[in-house]
Design a protein around this ligand. Sequence first.
Ligand SMILES: CCCCCCCCCC/C=C/CC(=O)SCCNC(=O)CCNC(=O)[C@H](O)C(C)(C)COP(=O)(O)OP(=O)(O)OC[C@H]1O[C@@H](n2cnc3c(N)ncnc32)[C@H](O)[C@@H]1OP(=O)(O)O
Length: 303
Amino acid sequence: MALASGVRFAERALLRPWALLRGTTLGRTEPAAGGGGDGARRFGSQRVLVEPDAASGVAVMKLRNPPVNALSLELLTELVISLEKLENDKTFRGVILTSDCPRVFCAGLDLTEICGRNPAHCAEYWKAMQELWLRTYLSSLVLVAAINGACPAGGCIIALSCDCRVLADNPKYRIGLNETLLGIIAPFWLKDTYVNTIGHRASEQALQLGSLFPPAEALQVGLVDQVVPEDQVQSTALSEMARWLAVPDHARQLTKNMMRKATADRLLRQRDADTQNFVSFVCRDSIQKSLQAYLEKLRQRKG
Ligand SMILES: CCCCCCCCCC/C=C/CC(=O)SCCNC(=O)CCNC(=O)[C@H](O)C(C)(C)COP(=O)(O)OP(=O)(O)OC[C@H]1O[C@@H](n2cnc3c(N)ncnc32)[C@H](O)[C@@H]1OP(=O)(O)O
C-alpha cells in the first residue's frame, strides 16, 4: 500500500497506526516456543518480534529486518507501534531491545530510503526517524539495549536512547556515530544524545572522526555500561533490568524526564525545520553521489 504523502507521520501514527504498515502483520499473537500462558505469548510484526513476560513485566523486543536491521520506513514504524503498545499496557515496566539478525544489532538508516528517492519520501522517512528517537528517548519504560552485533550510526542512536547498554565482547561489534565517513552530518539531536552520554570533548572528537569503537574502548569512553561475553548478553541485560526496576517507577520516570526533556524539547520545537534541513541536505547532488558511492562500496565489500 502506497503511503499518502503530505500528512505528518506522527499524526497518522497516532490516528491510524496500522494504516502505516505496508505488508506487515503487526498485532499477530502466537505462543512462544515451549510457552503456555499469557505471559509466554509473543506478539509483534514482521520486523519486530516481541516476547512479553507478564510475570516479570519485562518484554524482549527483537529487531528482525535481515540482513542487517537497516532502519527502513517499515521497521521504524513497527518499532514505534510495538513500543507504544507496551507503554500503554500497564503490565510492562521494561523492555530489552536486541537483534534477531546474527552479528548486527542495527546498521542505522536504511540508505536505500534516502538514496535516489524524492524529497517527499525523504521527509516522511526522516519524520519516522524523529518519531522513533522521541519515543525511545522519553519512554516511561526502562529500556535496556542488549547489543549483540555491530551498532553503527542510527543503530548507536537507538542504543543511546535506552537507559542502559550491554555490549557483546566481539571486536567486530563496533559502536559509534560514523556519519562523517559517509560525507553526511549527524543532526543536532543525534549530537546531543552523544554529548549527554559521553560528554562534549569525547563527542567532538568521535563525531568528527566518525569513530566506531570496539567493545573495550566503547566501555572506556562510556558509550556502553557493560561488555560481556556474547553468550551472557541477554542474562546481563536481565540483571541490569532488575536493578533499574528495583527503583519505584514514578521516581525513576520523573528523574528520567528531568534529565532528558530539554534535549527532546529542542527537537520538538524545530521538528519541521529539522526535516527540511535533512531533506535539502540529503537531496543535494553531491550528497546523493556520496551515499551512492558508499552503498556501492558496501555491496562490493561483500564479494
Ligand atoms: C547541514 C544540515 C544537516 C542536516 C542533517 C543531515 C542528516 C544526515 C543523516 C544523518 C544520520 C545518519 C545516521 C545513519 O544511520 S547513516 C547509516 C550509516 N550506517 C552504516 O554506515 C553501516 C553500514 N553497514 C555496515 O557497516 C555493515 O553492513 C555492517 C552493519 C557492519 C554489517 O556488516 P556485514 O558484513 O554483516 O553485512 P554487509 O556489509 O555485507 O551488508 C549486507 C547487505 O546489507 C546492505 N547494507 C548494509 N548497511 C546498510 C544500510 N545502512 N542501508 C542499506 N543497506 C545496507 C549491504 O549493502 C549489503 O547489501 P547486499 O546484500 O545487497 O550486498
